[in-house]
Design a protein around this ligand. Structure first.
Ligand SMILES: Cc1ncc(C[n+]2csc(CCOP(=O)(O)OP(=O)(O)O)c2C)c(N)n1
Length: 645
């Protein structure tokens, strides 16, 4: 390794060691081990622009091994990003510092995505690479033509999501993705041989990847491999044999350097061993200048390559609004029961030609109704389409959708059964944290799916999703509400949305179409059976028509009520106190009906209210029988309300 490269890499090493030591927590081992590889990458290969971090044609660098966050912060500071100062690095892991424990996505900062849950970054990178191919196909190589680099460790590669994402990347022949494998054979518990004996080379090759093996501390080998990777016709992994905690005499190569400060005494020894005669956080001017030159050189390259910043037209959905309104108007003239997964398909039929929308499903296209006749499939090596068959890979699908949303202004939506949202949860949570517009179409949203039984019938899933901050969970009741919820999801630029939909047909609730989007308030009054009412009934999705039947039946017996449809709790919670009060506090008895876990509803009904739902696993049977089994029917609910009044 030439002296300059070594010294540049040592800047990353010592910033990382010093920051972790000052914070008294963090992960020094990985940045020390991978410093040589990323130095060559940033110096000689990566196209980026510290002065315009959002430059659309930049190469993306994703730190999937997010615990090594100091590696990324050091690189951004050293190359001259304004997002990270030396002061920020000194505040590593402190309240409100951009240098958080794990990298947290900030627009226009150089931190491309939030990582830390291992493996997520790999799936994000696959999403970046897919977006790049789609845009390149649409706009031409002169405007978009970049690589996505992802740094992943042993841990990332052990996680299930990596298997799903790498397999899909190989299948799609994503030749624009380069994975840098920090092959140090150490994780937290010790040597990786404790838990894994995969043949990485065979694994990658079986997915359709190229695979190179290098010494990750040898500048020439790193450079040669990265050169080869530029021309790869397949996705490519470079296995970099490295020493975790490189430079630490007592902790190098050992798990003890993975996730705790090295300690003052050991740091002294590292300084001595690597001939680093500078104080903590001190980067000598000549080395800082070298790093800044790297940033400047990259910036000039980026300016030459592309002066036009607005190359991707950020169109909106308004051009589809007329057609949406017309379809709703036609529907109310000819009302009939429809499954809401079907009404969602009718909506998608209208908007599927919208150029930004990229659809998909985890092998349930026909069940989720996510693929319309207008969709064109994205195929291996051919990215002219707008629909991705993700295969049975729910977790990767959601991680990839995060990458697609982060990359530019494509809007991804993907489907599976609501029950399998549990397979998606870690990525959904990150979409919410990163404020990304990702749309999840989760169908078969209750016991109403029938015979597939309790393994497929969601019970606690809605509650669990509703408890994620900044995630809108919609459960529309009929065609009009489905359209409204879809529109809200598309317009929510900073919030991901779940749209929970039925398998079974449901009766219409809204008999008229008004131009007002009623669902935007989260909950609203759909009907009332008298001026002076005895109780309030709140319902969502398929249970709204059951609630309507209850309301009408009891009215014939002189018991009056209002029906509130609540397609989105989160939006309702954001309304004014007055609005919420009018909805919830008109009567002392408030009743909820939802074929799902009931505890969540108590916050709206109070402990004195009635909650009709299911607090056990479902049943395998025709769906009407299951509703009867759980006493979710007209007679039973009406009787219990009367008893309560
Ligand atoms: C999904 C997930 N599980 C567990 C962890 C906790 N964790 C952080 S780092 C790590 C070990 C990672 O090993 P490796 O990728 O080899 O990193 P290195 O030891 O080389 O730094 C674990 C288990 C995590 N961050 N994410």
């Amino acid at each position: 390794m030439s002296k300059l490269y070594k010294e540049l890499a040592n800047c990353i090493r010592f910033l990382s060691i010093d920051a972790v030591q000052k914070a008294n927590s963090g992960h020094p081992g990985m940045p020390m081990g991978m410093a040589d590889v990323v130095t060559v990458l940033f110096k000689d290969f990566l196209n980026f622009n510290p002065n315009n971090p959002s430059w659309i044609n930049r190469d993306r660098f994703v730190l999937s091994a997010g615990h090594g966050s100091m590696l990324l912060y050091s690189l951004l500071y050293l190359t001259g990003y304004k997002s990270i100062s030396l002061k920020d690095i000194k505040n590593f892991r402190q309240l409100d510092s951009i240098c958080a424990g794990h990298p947290e996505y900030h627009p226009n900062s150089g931190i491309e995505t939030t990582t830390g849950p291992l493996g997520q970054g790999i799936s994000n990178a696959v999403g970046f690479a897919i977006s790049e191919e789609i845009l390149k196909n649409r706009m031409g190589k002169k405007k978009i033509n970049h690589k996505t680099y992802v740094l992943a460790g042993d841990g990332c590669l052990m996680e299930g999501i990596s298997h799903e994402a790498l397999s899909l990347a190989g299948h799609l022949k994503l030749k624009n993705i380069i994975l840098l494998f920090d092959n140090n054979s150490i994780s937290i518990d010790g040597p990786t041989s404790l838990a894994v004996s995969d043949n990485h080379e065979k694994r990658f090759k079986s997915y359709g990847w190229n695979y190179l093996k290098i010494n990750g501390h040898n500048h020439k080998e790193i450079s040669k491999a990265l050169n080869k990777a530029q021309k790869s016709k397949k996705p490519i992994a470079i296995s970099c044999k490295t020493t975790i905690g490189y430079g630490s005499p007592n902790k190098g190569g050992k798990a003890s350097s993975h996730g705790s400060p090295l300690g003052e005494d050991e740091i002294k020894l590292v300084r001595k061993k690597l001939c680093w005669n500078y104080k903590p956080f001190e980067i000598p001017n000549e080395l800082l200048n070298e790093w800044r030159k790297i940033g400047k050189k990259a910036e000039q390259k980026s300016n030459k390559k592309n002066k036009n910043k607005k190359i991707f037209n950020n169109s909106n959905f308004s051009s589809y609004k007329n057609l949406i309104e017309k379809t709703k108007n036609d529907y109310v003239k000819n009302l009939k029961p429809l499954a809401t997964r079907k009404t969602s398909e009718i909506f998608l039929d209208i908007v599927s030609k919208f150029p930004n929308l990229i659809g998909g499903s985890a092998d349930l296209a026909g069940s989720n109704n996510t693929k319309t006749k207008n969709h064109k499939i994205i195929k291996p090596g051919n990215f002219s389409g707008n629909y991705i068959h993700y295969g049975v890979r729910e977790h990767a699908m959601c991680g990839i959708m995060n990458g697609i949303a982060l990359h530019s202004n494509l809007v991804p939506y993907g489907g599976t059964f609501l029950i399998f949202s549990d397979y998606c949860k870690p990525s959904i949570r990150l979409a919410a944290m990163m404020k990304q517009r990702v749309i999840y179409i989760f169908t078969h949203d209750s016991i109403g799916l029938g015979e597939d039984g309790p393994t497929h019938q969601p019970i606690e899933q809605l509650t669990s999703l509703r408890s994620i901050p900044n995630l809108n969970v919609f459960r529309p009741s009929d065609l009009i509400e489905t359209f409204e919820c879809w529109q809200l999801a598309l317009e929510s630029k900073n919030t991901p949305s779940v749209i929970a939909l039925t398998r079974q047909g449901v009766n219409p609730i809204r008999m008229n179409n008004s131009s007002k989007n009623e669902s935007s308030a989260g909950a609203y009054e759909v009907l009332r059976t008298g001026d002076n009412i005895n109780f309030t009934i709140i319902a969502t999705g398929s249970e709204t028509s059951l609630a309507s039947d209850v309301s009408h039946k009891l009215a014939t017996e002189g018991i009056y009520s209002k029906l509130v449809s609540m397609p989105c709790h989160k939006l309702f919670d954001q309304q004014s106190e007055e609005y919420k009060n009018n909805i919830l506090n008109e009567t002392s008895l408030v009743v909820s009906i939802e074929a799902s876990e009931t505890s969540y509803w108590k916050k709206y009904t109070g402990s004195n209210g009635l909650n009709f739902g299911i607090d056990d696993f479902g049943k395998s049977a025709p769906y009407k029988e299951i509703y009867d089994h759980f006493e979710l029917n007209l007679e039973s609910i009406s009787k219990k309300i009367k008893e309560k009044l």
